[in-house]
Design a binder for this molecule. Structure first.
Ligand SMILES: [Zn+2]
Length: 217
């Protein structure tokens, strides 16, 4: 449901509100469904938590710019469904790309639907010339999803799809964009998952070395 007064309480457009979403933040959004030591955790469990996440990530100026769109429980559910649907589609696309598969048609369609809501810049006449204005296609959720989808689509659609990775730690599976020079990063973070893997390999080597009959190094 979309009432006519939806945008009336919003602050004047500013670059902070409408700026591009950094690629890292966009990937963080994909990981709002995450494995925490092997257990699946949903970070977008309600519209309120989703809005708070988006505000903390500086994608929206405050949580109210999202929660304020809802007038009823049904609205809240519908808005959350839209956020989750696009996130799911972006995850599907990222997983497919990371594993060199063709994504499901449905996922591509959903991402493209989100992209179409990207607000457009436009010229607005001013006393001393012109200024930059914005035209909205949808509501604030449409805008958020379009701005999150765009940097991901730009990277993976322009030859950098081999940089999309899923953390090699099976209890993590964090989706990330490998910005390393070598382009061979396997873990979301060397300090956590990378070291855990190294420590496990080290323990396994120790065990083998400690077995009877094995010569000491
Ligand atoms: Zn990891």
């Amino acid at each position: 449901m979309q009432g006519p007064t939806i945008n009336s309480h919003r602050p004047p457009t500013s670059d902070h509100v409408h700026g591009d979403v950094p690629l890292g933040t966009a990937f963080d959004f994909l990981n709002t469904l995450e494995l925490d030591d092997g257990a699946l955790v949903e970070r977008l469990s309600s519209l309120e938590t989703a809005a708070t996440w988006l505000a903390r990530a500086a994608v929206v100026p405050d949580a109210a710019s999202i929660t304020g769109l809802a007038r009823s429980d049904a609205d809240r559910e519908a808005l959350l469904d839209r956020l989750v649907a696009t996130r799911t589609a972006l995850r599907d696309v990222a997983h497919a790309v990371a594993h060199e598969r063709t994504p499901e048609r449905q996922a591509i369609d959903e991402v493209n639907r989100a992209l179409r809501s990207r607000e457009r810049v436009e010229l607005v006449a001013a006393d001393d010339g012109v200024r930059l204005g914005h035209s909205h296609v949808g509501d604030a959720v449409d805008d958020v999803l379009a701005r999150i989808a765009e940097p991901i689509v730009r990277e993976i659609g322009s030859g950098h799809d081999d940089r999309v990775r899923v953390c090699a730690n099976d209890t993590c599976r964090w989706i990330f964009y490998d910005e390393s020079r070598s382009g061979r990063r396997r873990w979301c973070d060397m300090a956590t998952c990378g070291n855990r893997a190294k420590a496990r390999r080290h323990r396994e080597r120790q065990k083998t070395a400690d077995e009877p009959g094995d010569s000491r190094p």
